[in-house]
Write a new protein. Structure first.
Length: 293
């Protein structure tokens, strides 16, 4: 199945680097040289240049406040998840996104820092936890077979009913080259997963251990047959307090109003002073007195 490349958080500033102001030469030509100072003066007048400075300021303040809560192992764990997800396509996806491994890690760290800020500024009540629990599903592990037509899916289901092994049928029929030789196994997922088709998730969560879908599941990729490998019991919301809190924070990260409010609060408490008079208003939308607290 196709997988989405999701690194940045919508609504948060860009993540790049901006050359420091100085006399060091950035480039030379037969028409003269370009210094860091000239480059800076040119960049600061562009929207991208301003966005870079905004992000650099935010990262400095966030790192001072929450840096001890984001470890290298947290960052590397996310990098490894991307590597596992994209396999041999990982480097190509980096290039397609205009990223290097170092800049990917920088973006991941920025995202983890803003998540810590949102977490610190989010009050979660028992009622919030209970509401979140209504849609909660613990992480499940499934196998899947992807085919092009409903008739092909019905053929596979018929053979499963006749006692054929799911893994053998996956290898023979599945169009999903990423897992067909591994019994159709997918990485564990829960209700917050955004890469799988909603119809796929809905059908999967209804299955008990060992069960498979008795009718073809129509998804954006074609038709799929799903076999449940491990479906933990849901239990009560009190059994999943930390997971539910994390899901609530993640939902806040996708809310632009919440993000702006948190960023505004972080910057106001960050002792930020803009020394370049041409950039005095670069944070005005976050630091004005009527910004939400």
């Amino acid at each position: 199945m196709n997988k989405k490349w999701a690194v940045g958080i919508a609504g948060v500033l860009l993540s790049c680097t901006l050359a420091a102001c100085g006399s060091k030469t950035v480039a030379t030509t037969n028409g003269g040289k370009i210094t860091e100072s000239e480059y800076y003066s040119s960049m600061k007048d562009t929207s991208n240049g301003k966005a870079v400075l905004q992000q650099m300021i935010l990262n400095k303040v966030l790192n001072k406040e929450y840096g001890d809560k984001v470890s290298k192992s947290d960052i590397n764990a996310q990098v490894n998840t991307y590597k596992k997800t994209y396999g041999k396509q990982f480097d190509a996806m980096l290039q397609q996104q205009g990223l290097t491994l170092a800049s990917l890690k920088d973006q991941i760290k920025s995202n983890l820092l803003i998540k810590e800020a949102v977490k610190a500024n989010t009050k979660v009540s028992d009622k919030d936890l209970q509401n979140q629990f209504k849609s909660f599903q613990p992480k499940v592990t499934v196998n899947e077979i992807l085919v092009s037509s409903k008739s092909d899916a019905e053929k596979v289901i018929s053979q499963l009913k006749d006692g054929k092994k799911f893994s053998d049928l996956a290898k023979k029929y599945s169009k999903d080259s990423s897992n067909k030789n591994n019994g159709g196994r997918l990485d564990a997922f829960d209700n917050t997963n955004t890469t799988l088709d909603s119809n796929f998730k809905e059908a999967a969560f209804k299955l008990s251990n060992g069960e498979y879908t008795k009718t073809p599941v129509k998804t954006q990729y074609g038709y799929q047959i799903i076999q449940m490998v491990n479906h933990p019991k849901k239990g009560s919301y009190k059994d999943h307090v930390n997971e539910l809190k994390d899901q609530i924070v993640d939902s806040k990260l996708n809310d632009s109003t919440t993000l702006r409010s948190v960023v505004s609060k972080v910057l106001k408490n960050g002792g930020v002073e803009i020394k370049d008079k041409d950039l005095q208003n670069i944070l005005s939308s976050y630091l004005t007195s009527d910004s939400k607290k």
